[in-house]
Design a protein around this ligand. Sequence first.
Ligand code: NAP
Length: 285
Amino acid sequence: MGEIVSGTALAKKVKQGVAERVKECEAKYGRVPHLVVILVGEDPGSVSYVTGKARDCGEVGFKNTTLKYPDTVSEEELLAKIAELNSDDNVDGLLVQLPLPKHISEAKVIEAIAKEKDVDGFHPLNVAALWQKQPCLLPCTPQGIIMMLKEAGVEIEGKKAVVIGRSNIVGLPASKLLLDHNATVTMAHSRTKNLAEVTREADILVVAIGKPKFVTADMVKPGAAVMDVGVNRNPETGKLCGDVDFENVKDVASVITPVPGGLGPMTRACLMVNTLECFLRKQDK
Ligand code: NAP
C-alpha cells in the first residue's frame, strides 16, 4: 500500500514555521501581517473556505479581517473597496473568495487587486512573472503540491509528470511548477484522447478535474505518486471526496494524498506563507 501523505500534518508544520516568523515580525516591525478576505454571498463552500482561512490566520498570529457582502453587491462597489484596501498600508494581503455572482467580472476583480497584495497569485502580472521565471507569489494549491511531493521524498527532476486539468488556478500553474522542478510534463484535459494511456506513463500524477473518483486504479502506473486536488461530494454517501478512487488507487501508488486532509489544508497553509511574504517584501522596500 502507498504512503498516505497527510496535508493536515504538513500544513501544521508549515503554519508553525510561519507563526515563529510572525513573532519575530512583531518584535522587529511592531505589527503582525494583516490578511483581508472578501466574501460575496453565502455559498456554503465559500463560507467554509473563508472560515478556514480566518482560523488559520488566528493560528499563525496574523490579523484577519473578513468583509462580507450580499450577493447583490455591485461590481462598482466591490472594486471601490478593493481600491481602498490597496492603498491601506495596514493591509498586507488581499483576496476575494471565488466564485463571484455572474454580474461581477472575476477577471476585473483579480486585476484590481494590487499585485503586491495578491496572496492568491492570480493577478495577471503575478502569472506573467511565474511563466517568465521572475520573482512572484506562487499560487497556493500548486505550491502545496510541490511541498507535499517533497515531504513524501518524491524526486521530481527527470520524472514524467502528468497533470489532468488546465485551469488558471490549479492545472496550468501546477504544470509550470513541475516543469520548473525539471519534470517532463504532459498536460491532459477533457479533449485528451486515450487518457488512461497517458496517465499510465506518469511517475507523478496530479489530478485537478472536479469529478468524484474519476481516476481509477487501472489509470495509474504502479509506484506513481498521486496528488489529488479535487474536492467533490460522493454522490452515494454525500461525504467529501477527491477526483481519485482513493481506496483502490492507494494500493497501486507509492504515495497518495487523501481528500479531505490533503491539498485543502496545504492550500490554506501556503496562503499563510504568501501573506507573510507580502508583509516582509513591504518592510524590506
Ligand atoms: P476547472 O476550472 O473546472 O477545470 C477542470 C479541468 O478538468 C479542465 O481543464 C477540464 O478540461 C478538465 N476535465 C474535465 N473533465 C475532464 C475529463 N473527463 N477528462 C480530462 N480532463 C477533464 O476546475 P479547477 O478550478 O481546476 O478545480 C479542479 C478541482 O480542484 C475541483 O474539484 C476544485 O474544487 C478543486 N480545487 C481544490 C483546491 C484545494 O485547495 N484542494 C483548490 C482549487 C480547486 P478542459 O480544459 O478541456 O475543459
